[in-house]
Design a binder for this molecule. Structure first.
Ligand code: SF4
Length: 459
């Protein structure tokens, strides 16, 4: 993704942002700082004085994409700074992987390193003398559409799941001060954001690293803790009628306190809980957080307290040593838990992950076959749950509405997070006077399902 702005002659920086929403928020912070200091951004490599590549290093395909992009930027421009997860990764020679592959890059940093990136930019393309500080919108620069935004509440992770290398790249959990997080949320709502997506590596652990210390927002004390954060976000969202959606929540008992907020409509009744598996022995081999929790019972209690709750999750099929019985346990869990939206990866070793040393690596065909069997069950559950919505009237946030939606458009209900879930295809409104606008809510009567999506008539 490249970004463009226009204006008077000022140093121009090209920017390529790869990777997950957490990387996207890092990009936004760097872009905001660049703009604050008076730099411009360039749409093309050739038109830039320097190029920053924010990389992803999570899976092998992402590593390849990142390395190819760096190579392309070097060939077209020559002056390249690399940041992001791949920048923290060691190469085969024991040094830095990016430097081993592309020795001519000017600087390499890990993720969440706005200041280091800016320091490197200052060395190679000095700061303009007259920063256009007043050109920076108060909410910073966003790479998402104007009506939704990701809010990163912490960086890093205290867990050590055996299949994951994120902690080695991003370090232990560091929670952002609650006052900063709420201040950013306030600015985003004021700027027109209608859906705030809370992200981190482990949202339920927010504040653990600072022992839930008390911070301040609006002159009042607030604890750095998930429940307090959710209450405050709900309070800030309410005057705007905006949604607050939670991602990466682990099934800890503390989450029980959030469910009443969902039942009351203050926070969207949507939980993204990455279960990864159901069998206790597999979860132990994975070293998953909350592996000792009784997940099925907990889910059932959440649903009793909040019947409209939608649960999204991801799973891994064919983890090393997974027996057929353990896999069947996962299929049974899926049927009973009725997870609304499930994704599944066939296990694949990630360089540097400790799971690579576990015994019982399964052949690729078995891993893939289990993934396909899992997805068949997951899709049947999901399709049945979608069909239950036909006839209901749902609130829909409009993402796409050409010609004011006179011929219809596309949006999402509370059950659909952007990019990862389904959508609601909006038919032409029945009333000729009704229009649809991107970033506004409409109500829609659901008339059909279409794969992972719903079809609705705006009312
Ligand atoms: S919880 Fe596990 S999978 Fe998630 S970032 Fe931490 S170590 Fe990785």
């Amino acid at each position: 993704m490249t970004i463009e702005t226009t204006g008077a002659a000022a140093p121009k920086i090209g920017f390529v942002s790869l990777g997950c929403p957490k990387a996207l928020t890092d990009s936004e912070l760097i872009l905001t700082q660049l703009r604050a200091e008076g730099y411009e951004t360039s749409k093309t490599y050739a038109g830039a004085d320097l190029v920053i590549v924010n990389t992803c290093g999570f899976i092998d395909d992402a590593v390849k994409e990142s390395l190819d992009t760096i190579g392309e930027a070097l060939a077209s421009n020559g002056k390249v700074i690399v940041t992001g997860c791949l920048g923290a990764k060691a190469g085969q020679g024991g040094g830095n992987l990016v430097r081993e592959m592309h020795p001519s890059v000017l600087a390499v940093t890990g993720p969440h390193a706005t200041q280091e990136v800016m320091d490197a930019v200052h060395v190679h393309v000095p700061k303009p003398h007259d920063p256009f500080v007043d050109l920076v919108p108060a909410q910073g620069i966003k790479l998402t559409p104007k009506h939704y935004a990701y809010l990163k509440i912490s960086e890093g992770c205290n867990h050590r799941c055996t299949f994951c290398i994120i902690p080695s790249m991003r370090g232990d959990l560091v929670s952002r001060p609650i006052g900063d997080v709420l201040g950013e949320a306030q600015r985003l709502f004021d700027a027109g954001v209608r859906e705030l997506l809370v992200i981190s590596q482990d949202t339920s652990a927010y504040g653990v690293d600072v022992k839930y210390r008390t911070g301040f927002f609006d002159g009042k004390p607030v604890k750095t803790r998930m429940a307090d954060l959710c209450e405050q976000l709900a309070r800030l969202a309410e005057p705007h009628g905006a949604w607050v959606r939670l991602h990466y929540v682990y099934p800890y008992p503390s989450v029980d306190d959030i469910v009443p907020l969902m039942a009351g409509g203050a926070i969207l009744p949507y939980l993204d809980v990455p279960f990864q598996h159901s069998h206790p022995d597999v979860l132990k081999r994975m070293k998953r957080p909350a592996s000792g929790e009784k997940n099925l019972e907990r889910l059932q209690r959440w649903r009793e307290a909040c019947p409209q709750l939608v649960v999204r999750s991801t799973f891994i099929a064919g983890f090393p040593g997974e027996t057929e019985a353990e896999f069947e346990h996962l299929l049974d869990f899926m049927r009973e838990a009725r997870i609304d939206r499930a994704g599944c990866f066939a296990y694949s070793p990630v360089e540097g992950a400790s799971a690579n040393g576990l015994p019982g690596m399964l052949p690729a065909e078995v891993r893939e076959e289990r993934r396909a069997r899992f997805m068949a069950v997951a899709e049947a559950v999901s399709a049945a749950k979608l069909r239950e919505r036909v006839g209901a009237t749902m609130q829909v946030l409009v993402d796409h509405a050409p010609a004011l939606g006179r011929h219809g458009g596309r949006g999402r209900s509370y059950a659909d997070a952007p990019e990862i879930d389904g959508t609601v295809r909006l038919l032409a409104p029945q009333k000729a006077s009704k229009t649809l606008k991107v970033g506004e809510f409409t109500r829609a009567q659901i008339v059909a399902t279409e794969g992972h999506d719903l079809v609705g008539t705006p009312v």
